[in-house]
Structure formats: structure tokens, C-alpha cells
Design a protein around this ligand. Sequence first.
Ligand SMILES: [Zn+2]
Ligand SMILES: [Zn+2]
Length: 256
Amino acid sequence: MHPLVRGFLDLLYPPRCEACGRLGEAPICEECLAQIELVEAPVCRVCGEPFDPLAQAAPTCLRCRSGRRAFTRARAAAYYAGPLVQAIYRFKYYGQMVLGRPLGRLMVEALERGPAAELEVEKVDLVCPVPLHPSRLRERGFNQSALLAEEVAEARSLPVRPLLARVRPTLPQVDLPPSSRRANVHNAFAPRLQEEIAGKRVLLVDDLFTTGATLTECARALRRGEAAEVKVLTLARPLPQWRRPGADLRAAASNQ
Ligand SMILES: [Zn+2]
Ligand SMILES: [Zn+2]
């Protein structure tokens, strides 16, 4: 872009942090970045659920102990809290694609340390984003998971392949109670490019791991396409129950 045009645009739309609105530091300021809390050990060995370091002894959570997961491992880079909530919101719903790079970098950094390093991305063949339904893609103009997948893949010199298709539209999971989420996404995905999936170790990428319903369905579809293994990396996951405000009070009340 011509510097004059750039200067004019900066006057009209001054660069600002997408998380706190501070002028000058786009797309996300140093202070907000520093406030984003990365997920630390201990976590469930399978699904990455963060454990209370003072309470949990078993290596896996109750859910992972009671049934097989379609993915072998899932990890999130950071907690869905603080400035990251606003950043993800601006990224997804305000089309702030420029956030793809710094948010993707958080995932890349997480792969090098902490629980996400246990994904062993060096043993992965392909990166695959969770797809949007074509109608949603048209409306939004881009797939936020694909942008994150590209950042991760580029940093680790891996190919990104669109191995999944959304075969029916679903309601946004955030609008549904956890109990309805599984039914909402059940059989919503299908493998495509089967010849590229068969025998491959796939790293599935999405922005959020909440109940894991969407990622489980995607992993199931990849397994139907004969993927050898599916691992999951997300940008964020919610704070665990024991970290939420009032958790101490609830725990104290339930002990009475
Ligand atoms: Zn900021
Ligand atoms: Zn688990």
C-alpha cells in the first residue's frame, strides 16, 4: 500500500488494540498479550482438562476414563478469559483477520512448552481446520480456524489440508446448553479427500474447546476416513469450574 494511502487510512481508522481498544498497538497490545493466561500442567492426559493441582491425582479425567475418545489428545494454548475473550470475539464476528497471526502465534508458542508440547506435533503429517458450513463461510467471509491452522502449519512446516466438510448447517454451539451440543453437531461432518486422510496423523485445529462435542465429531469423521490418528489443538478453552469466581464458596457450601 502507498504510504500516503496508509497514512490516510490510519487517520480514519487509527490502529488500536482489538482487545482493549488502546490506540497505537494493533492488532493486540503488549499489555493484553501479557495478560493472556496460558494453560499449565497438570491437565488430563487425553482431553487436556485442567486439573486443580491441589486436588487431582489421576492422570486422566473421569470422562476420559469412562470412554474412548475419537482423538488421542487435545490441548488448548490459553484460557478463554481476560483480553482473549474480546480478541476472539473481534476475530470471529468483526472480521478482524489481522488477529489470526498473533492468536496463531500463541498456539505455536504453546506447542513448544507446557501441556500442548505433549501433542508431539513432530509426529503429525497434516493440519486440518474445523470447517465452517458454506452458508456461514459466505456470511463471515473467512474461516477463523483455517487462519489459525495456517499459522500453526507454517511455523511447523506442515501442509494444511481441508479434509472435512460440514454436511449440514448447525446452530452455533455457544447458543446452546451443553446438553444439546452433541446432538447439534452429530454427523454434521464428513471426510473429504479420503485418499489424503487414509493412514495420516492429523492435527485438528479450532479456536475453542468447550464441551469438545464439535471436535469429537470432526475426529470421528476423520477416523471414518481412516486417519491413523487425530490430535486436537485449540487456541482456548474455558476456565475449569474450580477456577471460576465463587468456586471456593461453592466448594465450601458443598462440604457443609
Ligand atoms: Zn490491549
Ligand atoms: Zn479428559
